[in-house]
Design a protein around this ligand. Sequence first.
Ligand code: SF4
Length: 411
Amino acid sequence: MAHEAVSSSLAVDEQDSATLHQPTKDATPKINLLGMSRAALEQFFESLGEKKFRAGQVMKWVHQYFITDFAQMSNISGKLREKLEKVCEVKAPEVVHRHYSKDGTRKWVFRVGEGSGSLVETVLIPADDKTGARKTLCISSQVGCALDCSFCSTGKQGFQRDLTPDEIIGQLWVANESYMEDVEVAERTRSVTNVVMMGMGEPLLNFKPVVQAMSLMLDDFAYGMSKRRVTLSTSGIVPMIDKLGEQLDVALAISLHAPNDELRNELVPINKKYPLEQLIASAQRYIKKDGNESARKHVTIEYVMLDGVNDKLEHAHQMVKLLKDLPSKINLIPFNPFPHAPYGRSSRNRIMAFQKVLSDAGFVCTIRQTRGDDIDAACGQLVGQVADRTRRAEQWKKKVAQQHEIVRSQG
Ligand code: SF4
């Protein structure tokens, strides 16, 4: 299943392209500029007979001032603005649900196609420090996921499709814009400080669009984020970790969740294809890559704590052994149970005992705070609920239509 997904994502057209939105009945399809890299946008302007530097100007309007209306792009000539309006657009995915939690967590559900199965979610988690300045956005890369990790709500929804670059960067655009709705254009700034590609889907199975979107995150004409603050999290697609290392300098996180192959095969089935020895070796290669010192000093290890499953002290000791030659920081995540989840959350005491073994062995080991519980911030949960509501609404509409049909045929 994962192999098919790898080949489908690698088969993506080599062109650095934007999404063509489906035409409405009488309109010509417009090119969406939102997900275009600087190089692609420069090419686009050249194809219009314009100078390349227009790309940077438009990118700043779109990604730094959150302007989607070409008429407001005041440093661009009226003639060019008219031309742009005719052939292109700047369009983020449609927000169908948003919720802002009391603790500062924000969550959005986006519709990226027809029907209840075409929803993705994005979560913004503010740091629990005095300044509250750090805001981390967890971005989705696919609709659903093919990898079926046994503790994951997204995996249970199955794989629908890969997201396009504009649907991926659109999540960051919407999150930033949500803080700027009432701010004068000239005063606007970017609020999201950190991005983790850790939402729905396996980002390395949607490689090209993810790399294209992440290059916009790093681009000074777009979000200009520090490469240390942009993290890709993978369940361990070994050949793609190497490929990522060749193309982009960003921080790497590994969803490990088990310290031995037997248990990991059960929790993260892709482990059967790329077992731990291969995975750890690829992470070592990633951080050793020349010329990439700042973003790659260590790998972050994500480890969800499942009661009685992977949280025993012997597991902590196995972790110490497994990671001894890999510079790593470990993040223990208390499991957030979802309906029909086959696991429970480890107790606080158990998590702390696990942490102590790792800290005593010299690892930096943190416990993730559970945030946004009031808005179902665990990956995949809110989409599940919104999908249920959409499905119910669709069933209701069908029922009403059937009843009308019956009444008509009787009348
Ligand atoms: S944990 Fe990540 S890779 Fe595994 S099923 Fe969920 S979304 Fe997919």
